[in-house]
Design a protein around this ligand. Structure first.
Ligand code: PMV
Length: 322
């Protein structure tokens, strides 16, 4: 095999992973639940190349710095485990803004894992693949399965598929807010929260309790309950981020405009709920039949630079091998 193309959808967490149980194995300290989104996809081409230096391009640009070191370490891990050998050229193309809090690492590492697995001479089991994806980026493990997925916390962290894309009656509208690449990555940010935020302990307790509650709500696709827990969880994570040293302030004025608008829309009987990752954008969860209304309203909010309406996305897949 010399060239493999794989694709994965990014996922947005309804219940967030923020904090590590242990750095080795990149094990999460909080359980999480996510929805993969069909319009936020990454297509990654992995080609074997001569020599011993890997090359990485994201959206046609050669990458450098921290992202490059992380990707190199990741390929070294696959080589150390003797899953692949030799050097690779990796070309990753995102259909959405990169590294701005829009979960590009979830789809990026999931697509990369599938492509490397196809290059590998060994047949990887689901759990091995998910573990490798999680080492690349915690949220990537959830993009491997697609649809709605859960990732448990701690030593025996597992990924479970909760619902496949075709069965999910909800979608998300992403309202984009002036997206500049972030200065502190999620990986770095959560390390800082654990050592400095006085809310960190409470955040961990809150995540554990909300995980059980959200699983029960999703089982019967109860949007009201799921949405209420999701908003509470988002605000708890941002409270933890804000009280980190240095403070992790990902919001922009438009982020707050969108939170307020969401509550107003609900009062007017448009049932939708907000969530925000480590960035300024706001994602709204709603029934499929309400996505167009949410999109039309979000577009009009001051400071919004674009809106993307998404249905649930499927699992990561290999598109071609040659
Ligand atoms: O997987 P990472 O290292 O990009 O961290 C993800 C962190 C959040 O997006 C804020 C929450 C989540 O569970 O996706």
């Amino acid at each position: 095999m010399t060239r493999v193309i794989a694709r994965a959808c990014a996922n947005i967490a309804l219940l967030k992973y923020w904090g590590k149980f242990s750095r080795s194995g990149n094990l999460p300290a909080t359980p999480s639940i996510s929805l993969c989104l069909d319009k936020l996809s990454t297509t990654t081409t992995v080609s074997s190349i001569p020599g011993n230096e890997d090359l990485f391009h994201i959206n046609g640009k050669k990458i450098s710095g921290e992202s490059l070191d992380r990707l190199r370490d990741f390929l070294d891990l696959w080589r150390r485990k003797r899953l692949v050998s030799g050097a690779f050229r990796v070309d990753s193309v995102n259909r959405f803004p990169t590294a701005s809090g829009l979960a590009s690492s979830s789809s990026g590492y999931a697509a990369l894992c599938l492509a490397l697995a196809a290059h590998s001479r060994k047949r990887l089991k689901f759990n091995e693949l998910v573990t490798l994806a999680r080492i690349g980026s915690g949220s990537a493990a959830r993009s491997i399965v697609g649809g709605m997925a859960a990732m448990t916390a701690g030593k025996g962290s597992r990924v479970l598929g909760l619902a496949s894309a075709a069965d999910i009656p909800w979608g998300m509208v992403i309202a984009l807010v002036n997206a500049r690449p972030k200065t502190i990555s999620s990986r770095e940010g959560m390390k800082l929260s654990a050592i400095s935020s006085s809310y960190y302990r409470n955040w961990l307790l809150c995540g554990r309790r909300q995980f059980k509650e959200m699983l029960a709500a999703i089982r019967i696709f109860d949007l009201t309950k799921t949405g209420e827990i999701m908003e509470g969880n988002t605000l708890a994570m941002h409270a933890c981020m804000l009280t980190t040293a240095p403070p992790l302030i990902y919001w922009e004025p438009a982020t707050i405009n969108l939170i307020k608008a969401c509550r107003e829309w609900r009062r007017g009987n448009l049932e939708t709920y907000f969530t925000i990752d480590a960035g300024p954008h706001v994602a709204f969860l709603a029934r499929l039949s309400d996505l167009e209304s949410v999109k039309a309203r979000a577009k009009k909010i001051e400071g919004v630079t674009g809106v993307i309406s998404c249905k649930a996305g499927g699992p990561a897949e290999v598109i071609s091998c040659s």
